[in-house]
Design a protein around this ligand. Structure first.
Ligand code: PBG
Length: 333
């Protein structure tokens, strides 16, 4: 159909802020944001140099205050990552499922403090706990998919027991969702949900996170298990497989360089909650350019987050969560 709008002037709908708001197609609210939290074994909260403005927290008062601040801004979802001493690490990453590790202890403390007001997510992976830094067990220089699955299952059960509402496997082992679902059900955690990092790409944008979590691979890379950045359609297959295995929510990661993938997944499974991870490198890029005065950081941040929503994500995991929630009161658009 050919259409023409001879009398139309799109600028009429851009004249004032109130008119622009009236016709805006996309919303962003604190309800959409998930705050990533690094919980450490250190004694004090520490700045993360590669992530300006971001800190890691020992399990204690400062962690509670940090989450309380998020709640005050309307952000009631947090996902926890563990940062542990080198001496805790080993080839099989057993500390991932030690109830005395930082993640289970933080889950317990936050649940006890905030009750069900807070939705607690726990990332399930081994890379923060293995001495080689890979997400799975290494055998003969390769990552052994099936030998890794029971360890993920144990970690998921440990986090469920400690108080997680949602476990989030990020290791990209095939069959991880099925194995975790089975273990949770067997252990009586039928109501604990799974958010799968279904379409997680082998990305250079994870750099700052790996410094923050001390989880960089000590040899090789993650290209034999994370997705190839050249593929989009394959993401749909990963998502459908995870749903079949029992995932309750799915994720695309990173977000900014993969907006097309978010859109594709959104359209393929309109009935599933979709999360997107605005990863560390995406955060630090905005921060670094803003620090140099090259871009306006606040506006760029909001543009990025709106783009991720516009592409079709319901939930956004982002290190910008607190600043974004503050900035929403006074949009620059
Ligand atoms: C791995 C994991 C990674 C991130 C979250 N979970 C990094 C990786 O694959 O090395 C990245 C998050 C980010 O960069 O913000 N379990």
């Amino acid at each position: 159909m050919r259409v023409s709008f001879p009398a139309h002037r799109p600028r009429r709908l851009r004249r004032t802020r109130a008119i622009r708001d009236a016709v805006a197609e996309t919303d962003l609210s604190p309800r959409n944001l998930i705050l990533p939290v690094f919980v450490s074994e250190g004694r004090d909260a520490e700045d993360i140099p590669a992530m300006p403005g971001y800190r890691r927290y020992p399990v204690g008062e400062e962690l509670v205050r940090h989450v309380e601040e998020a709640l005050g801004l309307g952000i009631n979802k947090a996902i926890l990552f563990g940062v542990v001493e080198e001496s805790r690490k080993g080839p099989t990453g057993d500390y991932a499922y030690d109830p005395k590790g930082p993640v289970p202890r933080a889950l317990g403390l936050l649940r006890e403090t905030f009750g069900d007001r807070l939705v607690l997510f726990a990332d399930v992976c081994l890379c923060e706990y293995t001495d080689h830094g890979h997400c799975g067990l290494v055998a003969g220089g390769r990552i052994d998919n099936d030998a890794t699955l029971p360890l993920y299952a144990r970690a998921a059960v440990t986090y469920a027991e400690a108080g997680a509402d949602v476990v989030a496997p990020s290791g990209m082992m095939d069959g991880q969702v099925r194995e975790i679902r089975r273990a949770l059900d067997e252990e009586g955690y039928r109501d604990v949900a799974i958010m799968s990092y279904s379409a997680k790409y082998a990305s250079a944008f994870y750099g700052p996170f790996r410094v923050a979590a001390e989880s960089a691979p000590r040899f090789g890379d993650r290209r034999s298990y994370q997705m190839d950045p050249r593929n989009a359609r394959e993401a749909v297959k990963e998502v459908l497989m995870d749903l079949e295995e029992g995932a309750d929510m799915v994720m695309v990661k990173p977000a900014l360089a993969y907006l097309d993938v978010i859109r594709l997944v959104r359209e393929a499974v309109p009935y599933v909650p979709l999360a997107a991870y605005n990863v560390s490198g995406e955060y630090s890029m905005v921060k670094a350019a803003a620090e140099r005065g090259w871009i306006d950081g606040r506006t760029a941040m909001l543009e990025v987050l709106f783009a991720i929503r516009r592409a079709g994500a319901d939930l956004i995991l982002t290190y910008h969560a607190l600043e974004a929630a503050r900035a929403l009161a006074d949009l620059p658009f």
